[in-house]
Write a protein that binds this ligand. Structure first.
Ligand code: EPU
Length: 420
């Protein structure tokens, strides 16, 4: 297995280009099921989660052909004859559940293994199922699988109990081919949802209101294949922005969309960093004095849970005390014990973490059980004294494309090595 080895102490300088957004690409790849023919997706990030989604689509009977660069995928869905997303894939990646809505909508049936709990929380999919049922799907549970059937989905009024990102995406895709009008109230408002709506509309669908909490979808009889470039990854961008602030660096984060990063920018500024929009991206300059910040994670446009672990590292070396409250996932503090091993002073009580800034972190071997936690450990390694080894890099490879190469280009002392 690989590990990332970091020798701390370098100030990051230069430019880094943000890759395509994982959490936009995953539902978009699933949306290919809604049409026959071949869709082409560009700026697709080369990540393990994308490989898992490609594998799932292939298993269903689609063909997924990467170009030479691997960043462009041609997805042909005409051959889909299988409707089963098996446990082996769903357990590796919960976002596999995104094929549920499109399969029922276009093929009238889907069997998707029920994702179990995961490292960051229980993560049920009851809202996905409730919405599909409201559209007339018959849902049964059998041997750990969700079985959904419908002759043709019917438009419905759905009120989600809470805003769910993949839930809203699944229901939007299902409603796109349903008969009549659907409304999704209390919908999630993440930029990835707006992006999926753009994609469905490009395919000939009629979705309005994405990005607000009420989405209206007029179902159509047919959707057609498209050519689409995936928008930049706001969480990867945010992670590099924190890296710049943390190392007192000066980095231009290229190709990111500032309008998707407002909550992150506000907290970076509160922590004392300078964040300036420039042609082509956002420049982040770190100051010697990092200030403690209080953060509560919220659905978009609030502060994203996917940036919580990275900000905890910033808080760990800040002046004063920070209070971080995680409201989205009940168990998303798996990085805390690892950061504590590096010398961070963090006290967790339920969903709240109190962080007292320390003068320095010290490198050691650390490992994490989820993607963003792994990223936070890499960030900690950038400022820790000595060498940090981040183990179980496969978590990182799910969501960051060549993070070690991008950080090295900015002057960090980072390399990938075998962990024997
Ligand atoms: N929830 C329910 N019932 C449901 C659906 C969700 O109770 O039917 C709860 C969840 O347990 C959680 C909350 O609602 O407490 C929000 O979960 P959501 O469904 O919004 O999360 P998700 O769709 O499973 C996506 C991202 C996550 C990101 C969250 C929150 C993708 C593929 N994944 O997950 O990304 O943390 O939204 O923004 O889009 C990551 O990239 O590292 C990652 C975990």
């Amino acid at each position: 297995m690989d590990k990332i080895v970091i020798t701390g102490g370098s100030r990051l300088k230069g430019e880094v280009r943000v890759s395509g957004a994982k959490n936009a690409a995953l539902p978009i790849l699933a949306s290919a099921i809604l049409s026959g023919g071949t869709s082409t997706y560009r700026n697709v990030p080369k990540l393990n989660d994308i490989r898992t989604m490609s594998k799932l689509l292939s298993l269903l009977g689609a063909s997924v052909e990467p170009d030479k660069t691997g960043h462009q995928l041609a997805v042909s869905t005409s051959g889909i004859r299988n409707f089963h997303a098996p446990y082996e894939l769903v357990k590796t990646m919960r976002a596999s559940v995104l094929v549920l809505g499109p399969l029922v909508a276009r093929h009238g049936q889907a069997i998707v293994s029920l994702p179990g709990g995961c490292a960051i929380g229980a993560r049920p999919i009851d809202q996905h199922l409730k919405g599909l049922e409201a559209m007339g799907a018959k849902i049964t549970l059998d041997k750990g699988n969700v079985i959904a059937r419908a002759r043709r989905l019917q438009g419905a009024s759905i009120v989600c109990d809470l805003p769910t990102v993949t839930g809203t995406e699944n229901l939007m895709m299902a409603a796109a081919l349903a008969k009549g009008r659907s409304t999704i109230e209390n919908a999630a408002r993440e930029p990835e949802i707006e992006e999926l709506a753009r994609v469905i509309n490009k395919m000939g669908g009629r979705v309005q209101g994405a990005g607000t909490s009420v989405i209206t979808i007029e179902g159509v009889d047919e959707l057609h294949p498209i050519d689409h470039a995936i928008l930049p990854d706001r969480i990867e961008a945010g992670t590099f922005m924190v890296a710049a602030a943390l190392t007192r660096g000066d980095v231009l984060v290229r190709d990111c969309l500032p309008e998707h990063l407002e909550a992150v920018i506000a907290k970076l500024r509160a922590a004392g960093a300078e964040v300036v929009p420039e042609a082509g991206g956002l420049r982040v300059r770190g100051r010697a004095d990092i200030l403690g910040v209080d953060i509560t994670t919220q659905p978009h446009p609030g502060f994203p849970t996917d940036m919580q672990a990275q900000f905890m590292v910033l808080a760990s070396v800040a002046r004063g005390q920070s209070v971080i409250t995680e409201t989205i996932f009940e168990n998303r503090y798996m990085h805390v014990q690892e950061l504590a091993r590096m010398g961070a002073d963090i006290h967790v009580d339920g969903r709240t973490a109190v962080i007292r800034g320390v003068k320095k972190l010290t490198g050691t071997k650390v490992m994490a059980t989820d993607l963003r936690a792994s990223a936070s450990l890499v960030l900690a390694g950038l400022v820790a004294a000595g060498t940090t080894e981040v183990l179980r890099v496969y978590h990182l490879d799910r969501g960051y494309e060549q993070i070690e190469k991008k950080l090295s280009k900015l002057g960090a002392n980072v390399k990938r090595a075998r962990d024997d």
